[in-house]
Design a protein around this ligand. Sequence first.
Ligand code: G3I
Length: 356
Amino acid sequence: MIYFLMTVCFFSTAVSAMAFVSFGTSSFPRPQCTVADSSLYQLMPFPMGASVGISRMKNNARYTEVVRKEFNSITAENAMKFRALHPAENTYQWADADFLVDFAQKNGKRLHGHTLNWYQYLPAWVNNFSGDSIAWENMLKDHIQTVVTHFKGKVTSWDVVNEYFNDDGTIRPSVWVKNLGPDYIARCFQYAHEADPAALLFYNDYGHEYSSAKRTAIGKLINSFKERKIPIHGIGMQFHMTYTLTDANISAAIDFAAATGLKVHISELDVRVNNNKVQGLTFTDAMAAQQADRYRQVVKTYNAIPKSQQFGITTWNVGDADSWVPSWQGAPDYPLPFDANYLRKPAYKAIIEGGK
Ligand code: G3I
């Protein structure tokens, strides 16, 4: 039945007046799929997620409906970061993150927490904190345990520490390393585990697909955690990639992560196409096809790792207009499986193909 619906969805030329989402590039046959026709997560062999912005969830009904319909795992793009949750030393603000908890619970979605510890997106009071190492330790522990306790039983899993390493495999300088020493990372995992022993704990980073030095450093960290019985359950690979990334690079990252034996989360997937940062770039059919091919290859490679390790794949937001990439690179881009109107791009179909 599912196959039949997909066939209708992809190849029928019938256009439903009730159509809500459809494929969005001109070279593709453009049959429209009603919401009832298919849903990404229902067709995939592992969880499919998206990160989401809270203001869009509150103010854009179409965005919210696509999230509800297409994904079964959700990550807050920003709402669970330190600056968002803990803006002043004695103030926690939960409203936005709790809004997402409520959405996830009402709609049966898994909620992945991002992120307990990062060198970025800290409030000014942390950057200016002047305590000694004991005060820093207490502040780190208080933040992690207050947050994990607040979401206990509601958030399945956490990116405990994000981006601890530089691309060359050295430890990235940060206020945390400076004030607490490099092994503070292990204590982050221990504090999180104490607060919610059931939560799955991930180390999250980018660059596995292009830096063997970074992969090696992450592998050593995981081995050291295993030897020391530091609780860690998963490895998050962001996969902010370009549409020219090779099959070999994709395999190197995914095979490395699988070899750790931990759960593997492709945690922030997007595939950008504007390598030369061209202003006013138009998204051509050729770009759409090449981007779709890269999405297919990522999913296909991921689908080959042991099922028990497949935590899922999460895209970093939903539609092209929601992506962080254009403002980061200072030029337009079209990196997600939905276009700016939440029409399904060829990448959407390619994801499903990769999961077969
Ligand atoms: O909320 C303020 C708003 O009040 C203000 O008016 C506006 C003016 O610029 O800024 C808003 O904050 C922005 C925030 O996103 C929410 O939109 C910040 O400036 C901006 O720096 C922040 O960027 C986020 C970035 O992380 C830093 O937290 C991106 O949306 C988000 O996509 C990005 O996500 C990271 C992952 O957490 C880790 N991996 C890399 C990934 C991409 O950088």
